[in-house]
Every structure is written in C-alpha cells, then in structure tokens.
Design a protein around this ligand. Structure first.
Ligand code: ATP
Ligand code: MG
Length: 468
C-alpha cells in the first residue's frame, strides 16, 4: 500500500484536479479518457447547456460518471441530479458505472465518499456535495422542480426517451449561479426536446453539441467494427444511423427522394464515373445570412464532394469559389449557381472573374417538361430523384447531405409535381437544405446528365492538363 498522503498533499491534488478533469480521470478515477470523452468533458466544463448524441458503446455513460465524480470531488455547494426514463436503466447504467469507478479508487479517495443505492455524497459535506437520481416521467414532474444549489448540475440520460415537460421544468435551474443541463442519448427519436436541441434552427443555437460515433471507441478493432456495422443493417439504414453513426434516422416515407435509394448510394463503391465524364458543380450561395453556402461536385453518376462555406458575405464567397476552382485539379465544365436573391451578386462576380458559371433561377419556370413541373426547383429535385432511381450512383456519407435529401416531401398539384419549399421545411423545424439544394443544382446543366439516359453528346472544351 502506498504511503499515506498528508492533508496538504491531498489539497494540492484536489486543486490540480479542479483545473484538469483529464488528470482527475487518470489519477483518481483510474480512467484514460478517449479523445471523444475528453471533448465531452471539456465542453461540459465550459458550457451551461450540453447535448451529447452518440452511437453505441463508445463510453458516454462512463465519461458522464467521471464528470459527476469530478464535481463531487472538487467542488463545494454542488448538487448533481440524474434523470432517466426508467429506474432499472439508471441503476444498471450510470449508477453502476459511478459505483464501479468509486469502488476501484485508492482507499484514501474512496473513503471520502458514501455510496448508497440512490445517492452518493461526500462524507465531509453530505448535504453540500451529493448526487442522486430521479425518474423522469410525466407523473413525476415534481421531481424536476425546486432543484437549487450554487453548482447545480443536471444530467438527463437516455434523453430521447424523456417527456418534454421535464425539460421545461428543468429550465428553472438556470436561475442559479452555476447551472449546467446536460442531455445524453442515442438519437433514437426524430421528435421531442432532445431532437430539437440538435435540429431546431433556433433552439440548437443555444446548445453546445458533442457527437460521438461507434468508431470513437478505440477499443473496438476494425474487424469487430465491421461485423457490428453489418449487423446493424448497412449505411443509411435506421439502425445503422442511430447505433453506428450516432445520428437521427432518415425520414422513411413521403420524401421526394426515397430513403432506400439514398442508402444504396452512400459510399457505393460499385459506382464508377466514366473517366472522361465532365464535372459539374452546384453552388447554393448565401449572401451572409443564416444559411451556409454549399458546393456539390458531381461527375456523372458520382458525387465527388460536398463542401460548405459558412458565414461568408457575397464578395468573400465569390473569392472562396474562385480559389476553390483554381485550386482544383479536376475543374468543372460548369458551375450552376442559384441566382435568386443574394445569389445573383455571387453569380455576377464569378462570371466577371471568368469562371464557367450558369445562372439558375430556381423560382422561375421549368426548362424542361412544363407540363410536369411548376417551377425550376421542382424540376431539379425531381431530376435528382431520377438520378437516384437509375441506380449505380454514389454520394459521400455526409450526414447533412443524406438527411436533407430525404427530408422534403412533395405534392401533386393539378397533376404537377410540387416539392416542399424552404419555408415549410423551416416550419417543420429544420434548417434550409443547402447541401441537397447544391446537389440538385448540378442537374441544371446541359453538359452532363446521367450516362444511361442523358448521355453527354457534344464536345466539351476541357483543360485536360488538369485531369490526372
Ligand atoms: N475511458 C475508458 N476507460 C476504461 N473503460 C471505459 C472507458 N470508456 C468506457 N469504458 C468502458 O466501456 C464500456 C462501455 O462504455 P459505456 O457504457 O460508457 O458506453 P455507452 O456509450 O454509454 O454505451 P451505450 O450506448 O450502450 O449506452 C463500459 O464497460 C465502460 O466502463
Ligand atoms: Mg450508456
């Protein structure tokens, strides 16, 4: 047994832990945190509202237990309250993990705490430093009221399954000096408060996000990862999204572009673009407001890349696209720019800079099949759907892109296809589908359509030196 520490030495160690949660994890809790766990712990310490979504088994519950013990170890006037949808799930999950870490501590640290079935406290301050758990159910709203302490830390485990009313009541803690509300969950449900902290355009801005994937578990061998990924059903499927990607599942019904088609295209290695097929870019610009500006790069049946440019005004964006163009070894034959509203200036600037831009007015009449479409936007989305329907296509496993592609719905209005507009998408609580729009814009070109149906027919002026 190690030599007893003096109380002065102990105080020095506690002070060091207070500044450095990774140090605490290693030397007191006996745990080497993974990079993702460190990201969570660091963000938790620096913020008041933290929403942590993730796939299975990479250590969410473990790092939550470490953080809770850190708070009890280092701070005074601290109350930690853990909410969960079921008592069994809390006891077998977070409470057991706290008990395991506590049980393995060196005796001199372990003895600081009194660990009970529903409560853990520091012996020198049983009512001034303690954690307890409560059931989060609609019948038990009172349990969420009146929780006040200087350092008032609330965790909601499996937050996807907790009723919204609980979160509204928990808002009361923010009148305290140092409150923190932390939600942790698998993203199992596409509605409810936890979902909104990620997807609602307004609410998501006040939450600090941490996102983990099954692959963030360094103990998982590539072989074990591969087997688990297969067992969850493959990229883009409901279970794969939740458990492997740690992402909310895709919309499964009513979308312009059916989810199974998108799933089949994600990282589809069988789809190879003809080497001489031209590349087309779609640019969805934003003049400096809330939306991102996005470029999608498509070569026939393969989307090579989607890339966003956040928070640029029109001039900065034009410069960024100019640089992107000249920095590309494989240059596009055409850049289709959404020139409505703020995009118009970007289009004009790019045109003056000599880039091969095409002006696309998505709100104007369709350029093909006016008997089927009302506006060009409907046409472009529907042609994107047809591109997926033809199969043998590939898109990157980019979560914003795949979620946005499957989200908008459509109607048939007097026989014409009408794709859900951005206003309605926002009303349903989602951000503007900039990535999907950028991909749809690539279908505005005359240069390059799908090999099968719309083979490239005229010669292109192409700078072959830029082609490897
Ligand atoms: N940094 C670490 N050091 C040692 N063990 C760890 C570490 N992180 C997690 N573990 C262990 O790995 C196992 C899985 O971790 P944990 O239960 O925290 O995962 P989870 O993400 O909450 O999983 P689930 O999605 O199933 O809820 C647990 O036994 C836990 O003790
Ligand atoms: Mg867990």
């Amino acid at each position: 047994m190690a030599k007893q520490l003096t109380s002065e030495q102990k105080r020095a160690i506690i002070a060091a832990c207070r500044e450095d949660i990774v140090f605490f994890a290693k030397h007191i809790a006996g745990s080497d945190l993974t990079p993702k766990q460190i990201e969570f712990a660091t963000k938790w310490m620096a913020n008041r509202r933290i929403s942590f979504k993730g796939g299975v088994g990479f250590g969410k519950t473990h790092v939550m237990a470490v953080v809770i013990l850190w708070a009890l170890f280092c701070l005074n006037n601290v109350q930690v309250t853990i909410f969960g949808p079921g008592e069994g799930q809390i006891k077998d999950g977070i409470w057991k993990e706290i008990g395991n870490i506590w049980g393995a501590m060196d005796a001199e640290w372990k003895d600081l705490f009194d660990y009970q079935a529903t409560r853990i406290s520091r012996r020198d301050s049983p009512t001034g430093a303690f954690a307890a758990f409560r059931l989060a159910s609609k019948d038990n709203l009172e349990s969420a009221r009146g929780i006040h302490m200087r350092n008032n830390f609330v965790f909601v485990d499996e937050a996807s399954g907790v009723p919204d009313e609980i979160f509204h009541v928990l808002g009361n803690i923010f009148s305290d000096v140092n409150p923190k509300l932390c939600l942790i969950s698998n993203p199992a449900r596409k509605s409810g408060y936890f979902f909104e902290t990620w997807e609602n355009p307004e609410l998501s801005q006040i939450w600090t996000h941490v996102h983990g994937k099954m692959a963030d578990n360094p103990r998982l061998t590539p072989e074990a990862f591969r087997e688990m990924a297969i067992s969850y059903g493959g990229k883009g499927t409901h279970d794969y999204q939740i458990n492997v990607e740690g992402e909310f599942p895709l919309e499964e019904e009513g979308g312009v572009i059916p989810a199974p088609l998108v799933q089949a295209a994600i990282d589809n290695e069988d789809a190879v673009a003809p080497a001489d097929a031209p590349i087309v870019w779609g640019l969805d610009p934003n003049g400096g407001g809330r939306d991102r500006s996005v470029i999608a790069k498509r070569q026939d049946n393969v989307v090579r890349e989607v890339k966003d440019f956040p928070n640029l005004d029109a001039v900065q964006l034009a410069q960024a696209v100019f640089d992107e163009y000249h920095g590309s070894t494989r240059k596009p034959v055409e850049i289709c720019v959404d020139a409505n509203g703020p995009g118009y200036g970007v289009y004009v600037m790019l045109s003056n800079m000599g880039l091969p831009v095409k002006k696309v007015m998505v709100q104007a009449s369709p350029t093909r099949d006016p008997q089927i479409y009302t506006r060009l936007r409907d046409q472009l989305w529907w042609e994107c759907r047809k591109w997926f329907e033809d199969g043998n296509v590939r898109i990157p496993n980019h979560q914003d892109l795949i979620k946005e592609l499957t989200f908008p719905t459509y109607d048939r209005d007097a026989g014409k296809i009408k794709v859900e507009d951005k206003k309605s998408i926002r009303k349903r609580g989602r951000k503007s589908p900039d990535f999907a729009d950028a991909l749809c814009l690539t279908f505005a070109t005359n240069a390059n359509q799908h090999t099968g149906k719309w083979a490239w027919s005229k010669p292109i002026e192409y700078d072959v030196r830029h082609y490897e």
